[in-house]
Design a binder for this molecule. Structure first.
Ligand code: ZN
Length: 218
């Protein structure tokens, strides 16, 4: 269980699991040559993959094509199961920005064989997080943008209103499959502009008005 950083709060949250959504922005699905999903495409990352802003991503030795994916991350505030949209929305306690680091070459090989993405998505340091802002302090209005810079150059820049599945839809869908617990996280998918990073690159990600993170590839 990984302890999360929460702004303006002494309440403690420990992450048990991370559920990630793939292909949640039209332009990103297109850039990887994928069809638009009818339901959220989901996969898991272990809580042990989490690092916080300021810590470094360790480039996996088994990949020659490590990609960043900057994403809105949801913090679950209470246990929830089989929730409708309204209930699902109430269980979202806060937000931040995160990086879903992905070994794209490995993912493509696995996908070709019909194998799970585990190796491509679950390596140590593959989930980078900023601190969370609670909804009592900030409510999303979806004109916030996800921005990702590599060595100071903007690579991703998209408003949240381009998401195909909204946070409440995603939480409702996931809770119909598996229980979500306090401290669980949901990575909601990345906009267009994903790309390769190499050792030495510096990454900055921002969810405007909400949170920023920085990390380097080592
Ligand atoms: Zn992702």
């Amino acid at each position: 269980m990984k302890k999360l950083q929460i702004r303006n709060s002494t309440e403690e949250y420990y992450c048990g699991k991370i559920v990630c959504v793939g292909r949640n922005y039209v332009e990103h699905a297109k850039e990887l040559g994928n069809e638009l999903p009818e339901f959220p495409l989901i996969f898991l990352k272990p809580a042990s993959s989490i690092i916080l802003s300021g810590e470094n991503v360790i480039h996996p030795s088994f990949s020659q094509n490590l990609h960043y994916e900057a994403e809105l991350v949801l913090l679950i505030g209470e246990e929830v199961s089989k929730a409708d949209k309204e209930k699902a929305d109430k269980t979202i306690a806060g937000y931040t920005v995160g990086l879903d680091m992905t070994a794209r070459d490995v993912q493509n090989e696995l996908a070709k064989k019909g194998h799970p993405w585990t190796i491509a998505k679950c390596f140590d340091t593959s989930a980078v997080l900023s601190d969370f802002i609670l909804r009592k302090d900030y409510e999303l209005n979806f004109d916030e943008s996800i921005i990702l810079k590599v060595n100071g150059e903007v690579k991703q820049n998209s408003q949240l209103n381009k998401m195909i599945f909204k946070p409440a839809d995603i939480v409702s869908y996931i809770s119909g499959i598996m229980k979500l617990e306090k401290g669980d996280l949901i990575f909601t998918g990345t906009p267009a502009g994903v790309g390769k990073v190499i050792i030495g690159d510096k990454l900055e990600a921002e969810l405007t008005s909400v949170a920023k993170l920085e990390t380097a590839i080592t």
